[in-house]
Write a protein that binds this ligand. Sequence first.
Ligand code: FES
Ligand code: FES
Length: 163
Amino acid sequence: MEWTINGRAYHAEPDIRTTVLDLLREHVGLTGAKKGCDHGQCGACTVLIDGRRVLSCLTLAVMHQGDAITTIEGIADGDALHPLQRAFIAHDGYQCGYCTPGQICSAVGMLDEAAKGWASHATGDLAAPVLDRAEISERMSGNLCRCAAYPNIVDAIAEVAEA
Ligand code: FES
Ligand code: FES
């Protein structure tokens, strides 16, 4: 079976019950996406599939042959970090870092959703949504951080959102 991950083709023959997360970590050697809960509760495994943020522990790899899978390893442009990676460093948006790959992949997807005008539960004016701190917190609420680096995570994302 074949997958396209970070623009590169990978071949593997996992059990058909294998999740995208286990494909990444156990079969193709990409360990950036983390297994926090394996139950869709923590967001540590978040990757982008065809540009949409997805919990990779909850979706089967066989369903995503032919899709474009992007992991934290594919977010940077060569040696140039993605703006969100730079902002997380600048704002100290982590402590242990275990949740960080998922936080950053989720933020990439979230900013794209906001740019398309998609509303969240915290959106006040549907005609003119504003990506303020409350909005960012709501939209990132699927990504937990046991170190509680939330204020700095929001600072980092807010800086990129404003830019
Ligand atoms: Fe997927 Fe926790 S490992 S949501
Ligand atoms: Fe430790 Fe988020 S930085 S879990």
